[in-house]
Design a protein around this ligand. Structure first.
Ligand SMILES: [Zn+2]
Length: 106
């Protein structure tokens, strides 16, 4: 994004620079945004969860997309250790039909 802007600037579009943020301002805003947005922590680590119950459907559903796929940890914020537990719990839940393998549009 920053590259796009500096390229356009070099080509001499100075008349439109008035209502746009300078590259430095954009960078500063990005840093500010990053500082403002809190570091996502694994909620299981916070609660010091040792095991994830495969019978806890409401919990497992939180980690499934609406199509029944397991949501990647980068979305949920789960750490690797707990993501493994989630995956195992979902696999077990699927075996006894508590959570779906997939959903068919009906
Ligand atoms: Zn964790």
């Amino acid at each position: 994004m920053a590259n796009d802007y500096s390229d356009r600037r070099r080509m001499g579009g100075d008349d439109e620079a008035g209502d746009r943020l300078g590259a430095a301002e954009v960078a500063a805003e990005n840093i500010a945004w990053r500082k403002r947005s809190k570091r996502r922590v694994c909620k299981f680590c916070v609660e010091k969860v040792a095991t994830i119950d495969y019978k806890d459907v409401n919990l497992l559903r939180y980690f499934l997309s609406d199509r029944g796929k397991i949501v990647p940890p980068r979305v949920t914020g789960a750490c690797a250790k707990h993501q493994r537990m989630i995956r195992t719990a979902i696999a077990r839940g699927r075996m006894i039909a508590l959570v779906p393998f997939t959903t068919t549009g009906s």
